[in-house]
Write a protein that binds this ligand. Structure first.
Ligand code: NIG
Ligand code: FE
Length: 418
C-alpha cells in the first residue's frame, strides 16, 4: 500500500456516479440516462482526488488509516458537485423596480429598448467600486456553494466599455481566489452594444475585437455573445466569434432566447462548446445543430428564465435529447432574467416543463455541464482520477431530488477533498 485514503464516504444509500456511459462526447439520447447508480456504495479520496468508487462489498478497509476521515452516508445520496455552467456573477445593484414593471405587463425587450434592463445594471455596475462588486460576487458564490455548486462559470457583460469589462474580469478572478468554488471565466463584452454605441452594434463589436479581445491575456477562457433582436445579429455574431476563435478563445452564444434567428446553428458550426437558452430553437432543427456541432456542442437550457420572464415557451428538451442534441441545465443567474441561484429548482422545472427525466436532469447539471465548460476531464462524475468534489444529500433516493420542489437537498459539500 502507498498512501491511505484521506476521506471515505461509506454506506451511501445511492452513489450517483455519472460514470459508465461513453466518455468521448457529452451524453445524449439513451446515454443521458445510461450511467451507473450504486446502491450501498462508497467513495474514497486521496487528497483532492477520487481514488475509488464502488459497492461497499468492494471497500478495502486496509486502505483506511488513523488519519482517514470517514463520513457515514447511511440513508443518503452521494453525487458529484454541481457544475453551474452559465452565470452572470459580477454586477452592481439589482432590478427589483423592473420586477414591478414586468408584473404590469412590460416585456423584457421593451424594458431593454427603453434604456432599462441590461443597461440599467450597466449604469449601476460602472458606478460601483471594485470592493462592492467583489463583495457581491463573494456573497453569491457563498449562496451557490450552499446549493452544492463546486464549479461555476462567471461571465462579464455589465461594463460594456473596455475598461469596465476588464475590471469585471479582474473582480471575478479575485472572487475565485478568495473561496473554494472553482471558477471558469467567460468574456461577454458583447452582451448588448454599450450605451456609447447605441444603434451601432457592428462598430461596438469591431472595438471589442480590436481593443479588448487581444488584451484579455489568459484572463478569459470563453468568449460569448448575445445574438438576439436588440442585441447582435447572426452575421455580426459570426464575425465576432470567428475573430475570438482565431485568437484562441473557446466559444459560447446566447441564442434563440426570444426569437429563432439561427444563432445556435451558426455557433455550433464554429465549434462552440455550448449554445445557451434555445427556448425558440425548433425541435425540428435540433438534429442539424447536433450535426453542426459534431455531437460536442451542448445546448444549455435555462428553465428558470422563461418562468421569471412570464414566458410560456420552454426549450423542447425532450425532443432535443431524442434528436441527439446534448443538453445541460443552468440557472443563468443574473439580476434581470433570473435572480435565483437554485439549480435544484431548475432541475425540477426541466422535468416539469422540458420533459427531462430526473435521471437525465442530474446528468445535465453535472457531466454535461462540465462538457459545456470543457471540464469533463476534471469534474462532473465520480471516477478515479477526477477531483474530489462531492455532495451528500439529505435524502435516500435520487428520484426525490426534483420531487421536493424548491428545496435544497444538500447536507454537505466537499470541494477538492475538503
Ligand atoms: O442570459 N439574455 C441576455 N442576458 C441575460 C440577462 C441579462 C440581464 O437581463 O441582465 C440572460 O438572460
Ligand atoms: Fe445568460
Amino acid at each position: 500500500m502507498t498512501q491511505p485514503y484521506t476521506l471515505v464516504l461509506r454506506d451511501c444509500a445511492q452513489v450517483l456516479t455519472l460514470a459508465g456511459a461513453p466518455t468521448d462526447r457529452p451524453l445524449t439520447g439513451p446515454a443521458l440516462a445510461d450511467w451507473r447508480i450504486i446502491e450501498q456504495g462508497f467513495v474514497a479520496c486521496q487528497g483532492d482526488t477520487i481514488a475509488a468508487v464502488g459497492p461497499m462489498s468492494e471497500l478495502d478497509e486496509s486502505w483506511l488509516g488513523p488519519e482517514t476521515r470517514v463520513i457515514d452516508a447511511r440513508g443518503r445520496v452521494v453525487m458529484p458537485g454541481l457544475v453551474e455552467c452559465h452565470t452572470h456573477l459580477v454586477f452592481g445593484g439589482n432590478r427589483a423596480d423592473e420586477f414591478q414593471r414586468k408584473l404590469q405587463g412590460e416585456s423584457y425587450l421593451d424594458i431593454l429598448a427603453s434604456g432599462g434592463g441590461i443597461l440599467s445594471t450597466v449604469r449601476k455596475t460602472r458606478a460601483a467600486t471594485d470592493d462592492e462588486l467583489l463583495a457581491g460576487a463573494l456573497h453569491h458564490l457563498e449562496g451557490f456553494r450552499r446549493y452544492g455548486v463546486t464549479t461555476l462559470e462567471a461571465k462579464t457583460g455589465y461594463g460594456l466599455d473596455a475598461a469596465t469589462e476588464l475590471r469585471l474580469l479582474r473582480v471575478a478572478h479575485a472572487a475565485g481566489r478568495q473561496q473554494p468554488v472553482q471558477l471558469v471565466h467567460t468574456f461577454l463584452g458583447a452582451h448588448v452594444p454599450g450605451p456609447e454605441y447605441k444603434g451601432r452594434p457592428a462598430e461596438y463589436l469591431a472595438m471589442l475585437s480590436e481593443q479588448v479581445l487581444p488584451a484579455l491575456q489568459g484572463q478569459a477562457e470563453f468568449v460569448d455573445i448575445f445574438c438576439e433582436e436588440g442585441a447582435f445579429s447572426v452575421d455580426d455574431s459570426r464575425r465576432y466569434l470567428q475573430r475570438a476563435r482565431d485568437l484562441g478563445f473557446k466559444l459560447k452564444i446566447h441564442a434563440e432566447q426570444l426569437h429563432d434567428l439561427g444563432g445556435c446553428r451558426m455557433a455550433a458550426e464554429l465549434g462552440a462548446a455550448s449554445v445557451d437558452h434555445c427556448d425558440y430553437l425548433p425541435a425540428a432543427d435540433a438534429a442539424a445543430v447536433a450535426a453542426a456541432g459534431q455531437g460536442r456542442t451542448v445546448a444549455v437550457l435555462l428553465p428558470l428564465v422563461p418562468l421569471y420572464l412570464r414566458q410560456d415557451k420552454y426549450a423542447p428538451g425532450r425532443q432535443f435529447i431524442d434528436a441527439g442534441l446534448p443538453v445541460a441545465l443552468s440557472t443563468d443567474f443574473n439580476p434581470g432574467s433570473c435572480p435565483s441561484k437554485n439549480l435544484w429548482l431548475a432541475v425540477s422545472l426541466a422535468c416539469l416543463k422540458m420533459g427531462l427525466t430526473p435521471h437525465e436532469a442530474l446528468a445535465a447539471v453535472t457531466l454535461n455541464a462540465a462538457w459545456a465548460l470543457d471540464r469533463q476531464q476534471q469534474v462532473g462524475s465520480l471516477e478515479p482520477g477526477k477531483r474530489a468534489d462531492l455532495l451528500v444529500l439529505g435524502l435516500p433516493d435520487y428520484r426525490e431530488i426534483p420531487y421536493w420542489l424548491g428545496e435544497n437537498p444538500v447536507q454537505q459539500v466537499i470541494i477538492g477533498g475538503q
